[in-house]
Ligand binder design. Sequence first.
Ligand code: A2P
Length: 289
Amino acid sequence: MMKNAQDKVIMSDGRGIPCIGYGTWQTPDGETAKNCVKYALEAGYRHIDTAACYGNEVGVGEGIRASGVARGDIFLTTKHWVTERGYEKTIAAAEASMKALGVDYLDLYLIHWPCVARVSENWREINADTWRGFEKLYRDGKILSLGVSNFEPHHLAALDRFAEVKPVVNQIEFHPGYNQLTNVKYCQEIGMTVEAWSPLGCGKVLGDERIGAIAAKYGVSTAKLCIRYALQHGVVPLPKSVTPERISDNLDVFDFTISPEDMRELDALPSVGESGFHPDDAPAESYYD
Ligand code: A2P
């Protein structure tokens, strides 16, 4: 088991990824993003997760530079947005993200959402075309690891038929009350690393009494229990906070272990805090397309 947030999980391409990342979804750009990222790096995070569609890449990049932590010591992820599908647009989108972040390479680049049947009957080819752009960026040394987000096993299987460079990460919604364990297991069995977005259910699971009762047994906050829950599933959590005490506190999860019985209880919870964002079910004019 990991001993601190900088300990690395080894991905199937042989590279290491720090086992807890700092999430920035809904973190406003500008001073907030800058100060929070700087603070997170000072507190000990070495893994920062953003996305083009979060609109905060400029502030995130400023925070990295302001922290004084060397670029090479930081694992930086951003994501390709759904409006940029296709080979040429993908390459341009990655370049634009790197420019906004002020970096000349990315540690990890993710397809944010798969193209799905509801959007186009050619969804497989569209994802493959986007992936060719990813592979070009990888071969040019601009992106060190390639991955996807919000892919379900059938999206992964379709991509696998085309991919010459395999995705090493799938970042999905994962927390007690919505753990997508079938998808997690599938990914882990084929050697992919799973990352958890909204490991705290976007804050919505924190008031849940059942989760709170388990957290109380260990004398920890519900947030810490949720972060630990991801780690014990071999999943890399990406907790988001703009509050300094919480940013630090969310790293302090290495001095307790959730028992197998409590893990099973957390696994079996009915739906709590689920975002409702599902790749195949979204209406065509949805949040992601
Ligand atoms: P804030 O950013 O205002 O500190 P998730 O990572 O699942 O998306 O959850 C993020 C939400 O959880 C944010 O609203 C964040 O609030 C809140 N949050 C993050 N860490 C903690 C914590 N340790 N205790 C309570 N709330 C937290």
